[in-house]
Ligand binder design. Structure first.
Ligand code: ZN
Length: 133
């Protein structure tokens, strides 16, 4: 894995969270994007060599809405950049990790993504992401 590509943070609403993170990070949100398959809106901030991704549910039954219901707002996942997502998925599966999706999915920010089950990673939802060429 190359580096922490971004940290995903679940928030209740962009209306207050985006201005707050703009103040916190002293930078402007450079992109918002809806990922329909995940029922989320995403908002991105560059911070040095990595990014912060805010996640807002578009559906009360969506994964982010359910996460906030259970755990409250906060860190949702850590995303690692990889150069060959299929090879990394195969390696991790062989090491005994559980993949939440067997086939990479199209995520936000022009990425192919795969998530690892947090039960196998000490409670941390891990995302692998590869830039789409
Ligand atoms: Zn992410």
């Amino acid at each position: 894995m190359l580096k922490v590509e971004h940290i995903g943070i679940a928030v209740k609403g962009f209306a207050t969270a985006i201005p707050l993170y703009e103040k916190l990070l002293n930078t402007t949100c450079y992109k918002t994007e809806t990922v329909d398959s995940e029922k989320v809106n995403t908002a991105f901030f560059r911070q040095g060599d990595t990014k912060i991704e805010l996640l807002e549910s578009t559906d009360p039954e969506g994964v982010i809405a359910r996460f906030i219901e259970k755990k409250g707002e906060g860190i949702h996942h850590i995303a690692f950049e990889v150069t060959d997502i299929l090879a990394e998925m195969a390696r991790l599966q062989a090491e005994g990790f559980t993949l939440l999706n067997e086939i990479p999915k199209k995520g936000a920010d022009n990425k192919l993504v795969c998530f690892l089950h947090p039960k196998g990673t000490n409670g941390v939802l891990v995302e692998l992401c590869q830039e789409i060429g």
